[in-house]
Design a protein around this ligand. Sequence first.
Ligand code: NAD
Length: 350
Amino acid sequence: MKSIQAATYLVHFQEKAYQELSKLVDTSNYSTIFILVDENTFEHCYPKFIQNLATNIRIQVIEIESGEINKNLETCIGVWNAITELGGDRKSLLITLGGGVITDLGGFVASCFKRGIDFVNIPTTLLSMVDASVGGKTGVDLGVLKNQIGLFANPEMVLIDTDYLTTVSEREIKSGTAEIIKYGVTYDVHLFNEIKENKNLNINDLIFRSIEIKNEVVLEDPKEKNIRKILNFGHTLGHAIESFHLDSEDKENLTHGEAIAIGMVCESYMSAKLLGFPSEKVKEVKEVGIYNKTKLLKEDFPAIIELLKHDKKNVNGQVNFVLLNDYENYKLDCKVSEELIVESMKFYNV
Ligand code: NAD
């Protein structure tokens, strides 16, 4: 599989990616290689990874606890302290080996440590392969508010090895599919149709095409002034729903993709009401995207709407949605009334 040229780095695939990583490590004169993992990726991914890294440079593993709830500044401080105690300096390399929590947090940790050290992303979930590891967004949550602290910073390279997916749960695979559906409905309806028809799906092709799309969009608009906002389809309400569940002790947490899938259904409904997005397509997004039918309770709507007020795309307190006129045809910065947001959540529940 050929590599994909991103802004300042390449996304490499399978065996070739390990050769490229070894080349990078050989030629960059790093002092120490830190590998950031969580307990699951240490168990399932690290053994394969370490076998494939040919180097004499000192290696140190730093493990954090898995889960979105740990994607915060406290965890970052723990990692910065660990790097410091283990003798990290400006010539250290940080390799993130994990899902989107690890790549988001690790990229942020690396970009701030001594004003920035090199990092390499090795995504190990479907979601992080198709989305989180590419595009240069790094960061952490502030309390339950998603991705409030962070910066744009590019890795030295991204290594995609789909073998890591063999130990990922079915639930997490479906979670990653939500982001592929997002690319499909906003940018490439063929991709959406493939998922919809669910015949002879080739995971390598789906991942490759998803990264290509994300990269094309990001190259055109790296700092999200314009077209990159389409990648937020489903995320405006989706993030609020995800935060709400993170914050509620009596509710089961949703995966990122589950929350985004609900967000896409609601935002498709808003699109139909405001922009004439065809209602049969709203139904289609619901049928294809929703697999974990978590009910949104009516009494929880106000708290979810309150959380919307912290969305990063808001300007002057106004919530901005990305909506669809049709598949592959979007409208940015749409204002939506509270009544319609509530209606869309009721529609999702039916
Ligand atoms: P995650 O990192 O929490 O991983 C999900 C679970 O899978 C975790 O328990 C993890 O330990 C486990 N896991 C990871 N790899 C495994 C493997 N190979 N085998 C077995 N278990 C494994 O979640 P995620 O869905 O990968 O990422 C979600 C995060 O990504 C969110 O924080 C979201 O905000 C972020 N994100 C960022 C961007 C971006 O552009 N930076 C884009 C989309 C999502």
